[in-house]
Design a protein around this ligand. Structure first.
Ligand code: PLP
Length: 357
C-alpha cells in the first residue's frame, strides 16, 4: 500500500498505546478509583444529563466550570486555566506549540510514557535522564542537560508514574531556576498527596501545573487542566480544538465538583488502603514495595513475569513493568483498590510468589 510510505518514519516506528484486555479481572492496572459515584450524585447527574443540550456544540469556553475548578482545587489568584480532553491532550498541545527544529522535551526515566510518545509524534527530540537507583532525580545530570540543550519543555510528574515517589522540592526549585523553557509539573496524583506546586506559579512565570480528574475518580469523562500565566496559556489556547470538552463532560464535572467531598471520602479511603497494602507487602517474603504518594504501589519481585501470570490466573490484573526500563527490572505496579480487592490481591500475591519460587 503506497500510502503507508507517506506516513512519517517516526510515527511508523511507534507502537500503539497498548491497553490490556480486562474483561472478567479485578482491574488493578490503570490507577482508576475503584468506586462508582455515590447514589445521591448518580441521581442528581441523571436529571442534569437528561436535560443537557446535546443538539448544541459545547460551550467553547466554559467559564463557570473554570471558576469552579479554580475554587475547588485552590488555583492561585491570577493564574489562568486551559482545559483539555484529559491531560494527555494538554501534553500534546504543549508539544505541538513548542516543536520547532532543534527543540527538545526533557523528562526523567522511567516516567509517564506519553511524554516521550507525544514528543516523538509532534517532532520534538525526547531526552530522558535516568533517575537514580532510589528513584530520586539525578539533579546534576538534569542541570547539565538543561544548560547544554536548553529544552523547550520539561515534564516532571510529582508523584512520578510509575515509581510513586515525589521528587525533592530542592531539586525541583533548582530545575525551575536553571530552566529557560516551560516546566510542567504534572500533578495527576494530587488527590493522594499533601502538598502541591500550585503555590509556585506566581514566582515562576515559565512554570505550569497540570492536573487531571482521572485518578480522582472521573477517568471516564476525560478532563484535565493546565494552570499558569494567562499570556502563556493564551498562546496554547489557539491550538486547543474549540469543542474539546463535550457537553456531557462539562455537566458531569460541574455536578461532581460542586459536591467535591463525595470524591474526597473515596480518595481518603484509598490513601488509608495504600498504607495498609504497603505494610502487608513489606511483610511478604520475596516482595519489596517502594514507598508511594500516589494511588498505586510499585513492587519488586524475583520473577515479575511469573508472578504477573500467576496473579492473572487468580483473576487479578496489574501492570508488569519489568521490561519497561533497566531501573524497573523485576517490578510490578498495582493500583490501590477497594479493601476487598486489595485483600484478594494480597492473598493471590502470597500464593503467586510461593508458586514461582
Ligand atoms: C494518568 C496520568 C496522566 C493522564 O491523565 P489523563 O487526564 O487521564 O489523560 C498524566 N500524567 C500522569 C503522570 C499520569 O499518570
Amino acid at each position: 500500500m503506497s500510502a503507508l510510505n507517506l506516513i512519517r518514519p517516526e510515527i511508523r516506528a511507534l507502537s500503539a498505546y497498548h491497553v490490556q484486555p480486562a474483561e472478567g479481572f479485578i482491574k488493578l492496572d490503570a490507577m482508576e478509583n475503584p468506586w462508582p459515584l455515590t447514589p445521591a450524585l448518580q441521581q442528581r447527574l441523571g436529571e442534569r444529563l437528561a436535560r443537557a443540550a446535546y443538539n448544541r456544540y459545547p460551550d467553547a469556553n466554559p467559564q463557570a466550570l473554570k471558576t469552579l475548578i479554580s475554587k475547588v482545587f485552590a488555583v492561585p489568584e491570577g493564574a489562568e486555566l486551559l482545559l483539555g480532553n484529559g491531560s494527555d491532550e494538554l501534553i500534546q498541545i504543549l508539544a505541538q506549540a513548542l516543536a520547532r527544529p532543534g527543540a527538545a522535551l526533557l523528562s526523567v526515566e522511567p516516567a509517564f510514557v506519553m511524554f516521550r510518545v507525544l514528543a516523538n509524534a509532534c517532532g520534538l527530540e525526547y531526552i530522558g535522564v535516568p533517575l537514580q537507583e532510589d528513584f530520586s532525580v539525578d539533579l546534576l545530570a538534569m542541570l547539565a542537560v538543561i544548560r547544554a540543550r536548553q529544552p523547550a519543555l520539561i515534564f516532571l510528574a510529582i508523584p512520578n508514574n510509575p515509581t510513586g515517589n515525589a521528587f525533592a522540592p530542592e531539586a525541583i526549585q533548582a530545575i525551575l531556576k536553571e530552566a529557560t523553557g516551560i516546566v510542567v509539573i504534572d500533578e495527576a496524583y494530587f488527590p493522594f498527596r499533601d502538598g502541591s506546586y500550585l503555590s509556585f506559579l506566581p514566582n515562576f512565570p515559565n512554570m505550569l501545573v497540570m492536573r487531571t480528574v482521572s485518578k480522582l475518580g472521573l477517568a471516564g469523562i476525560r478532563l484535565g487542566f493546565l494552570a499558569g500565566a494567562p499570556e502563556l496559556l493564551g498562546e496554547l489556547e489557539k491550538l486547543r480544538l474549540p469543542y474539546n470538552i463535550s457537553v456531557a463532560t462539562q455537566v458531569i464535572a460541574q455536578t461532581v465538583l460542586e459536591e467535591g467531598h463525595a470524591l474526597n471520602d473515596q480518595t481518603q479511603q484509598l490513601r488509608q488502603e495504600r498504607v495498609r497494602v504497603f505494610t502487608a507487602l513489606r511483610d511478604i517474603q520475596g516482595v519489596h514495595p517502594f514507598e508511594s504518594e500516589a494511588n498505586f504501589i510499585l513492587l519488586r519481585v524475583l520473577d515479575a513475569q511469573g508472578v504477573f501470570d500467576a496473579l492473572k490466573r487468580h483473576g487479578i490484573l496489574i501492570k508488569n513493568l519489568s521490561n519497561a526500563h533497566a531501573l524497573l527490572r523485576g517490578c510490578l505496579r498495582v493500583t490501590v483498590g477497594t479493601p476487598e480487592q486489595n485483600d484478594r490481591f494480597l492473598d493471590a500475591l502470597k500464593a503467586s510468589v510461593l508458586a514461582v519460587a
